[in-house]
Write a new protein. Structure first.
Length: 181
């Protein structure tokens, strides 16, 4: 029979899985408690809307089934930590990749559960390389701004040239009028 504490943990994991935009399964074998604390802090510093939890596999399996995503249970086997990303889909993978690269850690990725589907760990690297939504919006805005700036420059040059022609013609007419007198 499940204890009250285990039921609370399953409920917490169900809530996290239901709310997360991405869940990454990480094999943390070989990391000390201090290393895990640094991993949590490092990821959290890069992506504040993330949470890294060491889980019990049986409790995770119950939570995944309780949420109607039994495939997500496959993220956990042996020593597993789950990284939940609650913000932009790319934030958690980017933060994980940046921290592991900077700290020179080799953490095997068991898989990733995203948009209701379980995918292999290579997807984390692919997602980490995708520009974030603000970066994409800035690129689009920059792409739109560039042709508009070019058009404004061309129009400005045309108006400047027309004004110069009108001014030259006015001077020509003035000098012709003053020469006729």
């Amino acid at each position: 029979m499940a204890t009250e504490r285990k039921r609370e943990q399953v409920a917490l994991l169900e809530e996290r899985l239901g709310r997360a935009s991405i869940t990454i399964g990480i094999d943390y074998r070989g990391l000390s408690v201090k290393d895990m604390q640094e991993l949590r802090r490092g990821i959290r510093a890069e992506a504040p809307e993330t949470e890294l939890r060491v889980i019990k596999n049986t409790l995770w399996r119950r939570a995944a089934e309780g949420q109607g995503h039994p495939d997500a249970a496959d993220l956990a086997e042996e020593s597993t930590a789950l990284l939940f990303g609650f913000g932009d889909l790319t934030d958690a993978p980017k933060a994980l990749q940046k921290y592991t690269t900077d700290a020179r850690l080799d953490l095997p990725i068991r898989g990733v559960f995203v948009e209701g589907e379980l995918q292999d760990g290579s997807q984390v690297v692919a997602l980490a390389e995708v520009p974030s939504r603000p970066e994409l919006m800035a690129k689009v805005a920059g792409g739109l701004n560039s042709p508009i700036s070019g058009l404004a420059g061309v129009l400005n040059a045309v108006f400047r040239d027309v004004a110069a022609i009108v001014e030259a013609r006015a001077e020509q007419l003035e000098s012709a009028d003053s020469g006729a007198e």
